[in-house]
Design a protein around this ligand. Structure first.
Ligand code: 7RM
Length: 651
């Protein structure tokens, strides 16, 4: 947690504005700022009417709800007494109209392809739901999912939702220990996994990790194994079940479990900066409403869209925007198993051309990696099917935003920079592409019904232009309900900064036009000679330099200034590190932002330590910069070697 309640100085200036293309706006769900404003005002004036109306329109209800919201801060219950089922909302209600429409367009890393229609997906889900029941899984039981990005991951999630079981997806890149910890915390009875998955031409040894984890997972009764890489055999023993054998012979009819709105839907673990991961708990109806509505509005979905969100189902983005949001809206969603640059640097662009994807939703870290590889790769492919681009996961620096818009979007596609969190369940702050004039690097405005406020530690709104802490001050349907098994941690982590108001952990500011600019985690704020700087802005200035690919800026204790700025920089392909270049970069930051932001030290690095979902782990870099051994949780770190290399680098 940042220490002092002073203002955070904002140093980023970005003046470009891109209004929605007229032709786009004309056909959009929300067509202008007036429409947006009207919805926002309506929601603010009568929130329960607003959310109640949306919930009735958006979802199929087996039993109508009686109360829209029961809010006893910080505990919310939404759509009380209603009953629904999320799998039914994703599948059954679209049949028979969409029976033959592709629900999932799958491509494996080795190049294998499957086109799965709504009818087929529905049958698969029902067979697995019956299979789970045959293993004794009942409503409320926890089921672990540890799978590669294959359609069966979606089948597994939907099958759980169908029978009221609570899924907990663990990203396939996590280790045996991480899996074990999560299965034990959730008390999972069954684990759905695979022998392996494909990544960068190699097998991810899922089954090996599961076997190791099983040494200490007392709650797990059964492990169901999908054959994907076929490089290892399923062990023998009564715990082990072959996926095919489980679903074969099961009926493709399975009556949905009509669960109450607040029935738990899933647990998803998210790492805190210290200590054990938090099991973020989401419940059924509120989450479903958030995912469905934001997918349609933010991506301005049309029936014929081919929508591709590149996130893994192991992250919340994969839950809300690969599986549940698109399927509730009846569109075709692309699912790709492997690495973005395998077998070549143009794999993504080849996929877009092949599937004629109309919407691409990916992360700044991927965009910066593509920038580094060069324009020639996307230029080789026909990307003219694209009509909308989205970004999520980190602040996107204006440089990357412009590149995304120009090179990938051909200058014609709106870019939506979407801010949200595992805890928020669905997108909170984002442009509506037919309405909002965008500014490169700004997530623009909160969606209707979302009360995002930038406050100081005393709860006082900070003036425009000044940085502060981002809070959500009113409950929203897709908010987390608890930290699984640790309700006290829920209150402490999210509602103790200012009681009754949800603290995001992020810093932000608004500009003179009221646009929101996210400034990264509050822990990533540094105090240099009395100025609190959001490191994201210094990074943004560095990345704007033609030779820089990526950067991470952290503070190091300094006797004189209190904190000195240390910048870790990776260079674009072909650029050689040199002492002159360090000077050039330091001068560049001074010029762009001012002398207070001039890095005291610049370190060139081959790579930066990132989480497996691509977020830079500045916490670890702070230790490296201070010459310390990295401390705290490193289980989410993508590549330990990167950290080792950084610690040695002291030229
Ligand atoms: C969806 C997701 C949440 C944290 C969040 C922010 C950062 C995400 C943006 C962003 C700036 C964005 N869930 N973040 N999106 N920062 N602009 N558009 O990423 O739980 O894994 O992470 O990610 O710090 O608090 S998450």
């Amino acid at each position: 947690m940042a220490d002092t309640p002073q203002e955070i100085h904002s140093v980023l200036t970005e003046a470009r504005v891109f209004p929605p293309p007229e032709a786009f706006a004309r056909r959009a769900h929300i067509r202008g700022m007036q429409d947006y404003q009207r919805l926002w005002d309506e929601a603010a004036k009568a929130p329960e009417k607003y959310w109640g109306d949306r919930a009735r329109e958006e979802l199929y209800w087996k039993e109508p709800f009686q109360t829209v919201l029961d809010w006893k801060p910080p505990h919310a219950r939404w759509f009380v007494e209603g009953r629904t089922n999320l799998a039914y909302n994703c599948l059954d209600r679209h049949l028979p109209a969409l029976k033959d429409k592709p629900a999932i367009l799958f491509e494996g890393e080795p190049g294998d392809r499957r086109r799965i229609t709504y009818g087929e997906l529905s049958a698969e889900v029902n067979r697995m739901a019956n299979g789970l029941k045959s293993l004794g899984v009942r409503k409320g039981d926890r089921v672990g999912i540890y799978l590669p990005m294959v359609p069966e991951a979606a089948v597994a999630m939907l099958a759980c939702a169908r029978i009221g079981a609570v899924h907990s997806v663990v990203f396939g890149g996590f280790s045996a220990e991480a899996l074990q910890e999560r299965m034990n915390d959730a008390g999972a009875r069954v684990l759905l996994t695979a022998d392996g998955g494909w990544r960068k031409g190699a097998v991810v040894p899922l089954l090996k990790n599961v076997t190791a984890a099983l040494a200490n997972t007392p709650s797990l009764e059964k492990v169901v194994v999908l054959k994907r890489t076929a490089d290892v055999a399923i062990p023998s023993g009564s715990k082990w079940v072959a996926w095919d054998a489980l679903v074969q012979g099961q009926s493709d009819v399975c009556e949905p479990e009509w669960v109450e709105s607040e029935h738990p839907l899933f647990i998803l673990y998210t790492s805190g900066s210290t200590g054990k991961p938090k099991g973020v708990l989401h419940t059924t109806a509120g989450y479903a409403l958030g995912a469905s509505l934001t997918t349609r509005w933010v991506f301005d979905l049309r029936e014929d869209d081919v929508y591709w969100c590149t996130a893994d189902v192991g992250w919340v983005t994969g839950h809300s925007y690969v599986v549940y949001g698109p399927l509730m809206n009846g569109v075709s969603t692309v699912m790709y198993e492997g690495a973005p640059t395998h077998p070549g640097p143009d794999r993504f662009w080849e996929l877009i051309a092949r599937y004629k994807a109309t919407i691409l939703y990916t992360a700044p870290t991927a965009i910066r990696a593509f920038m580094r590889l060069g324009e020639e790769h996307p230029r080789k492919h026909d990307l003219s099917s694209l009509r909308l681009l989205g970004s999520v996961g980190e602040p996107i620096n204006p440089e990357a935003w412009m590149w995304y818009r120009d090179v990938i979007g051909g200058g014609r596609c709106p870019v939506v920079d979407t801010w949200w969190q595992t805890e928020t369940g669905s997108i909170m702050i984002s442009p509506l592409p037919g309405a909002t004039p965008t500014k490169p690097g700004s997530a623009t405005f909160p969606l209707p019904g979302i009360h995002a406020e930038i406050l100081d530690r005393a709860g006082k709104p900070v003036p425009r232009g000044q940085g502060g802490l981002l809070f959500i001050t009113k409950p929203w349907p897709s908010m987390l309900r608890s930290v699984y098994g640790d309700p006290e941690r829920y209150v402490r982590t999210y509602f103790s900064e200012l009681p009754g108001r949800y603290f995001t952990g992020d810093g932000a500011r608004t500009d003179q036009d009221g646009y929101f600019w996210l400034m990264g985690r509050v822990d990533d704020v540094v105090n240099v000679a009395g100025h609190r700087l959001g490191t994201a802005e210094v990074e943004s200035a560095l990345v704007a330099h033609a030779k820089v690919s990526e950067s991470a800026v952290v503070g190091r204790p300094d006797d004189l200034k209190g904190t000195a700025l240390v910048a870790f920089v990776t260079l674009k392909a072909g650029i050689r590190p040199s002492p002159e270049l360090k000077k050039e970069l330091a001068a560049h930051v001074s010029k762009e932002i001012g002398a207070i932001a001039r890095p005291d030290e610049i370190r060139f690095a081959e790579g930066l330590p990132k989480t497996r979902s691509g977020k830079i782990m500045r916490r670890l870099l702070r230790d490296v910069a201070a010459g310390k051994q990295a401390t705290g949780d490193t289980t989410t770190l993508e590549d330990l070697n990167v950290l080792a290399a950084l610690s040695q680098n002291d030229e």
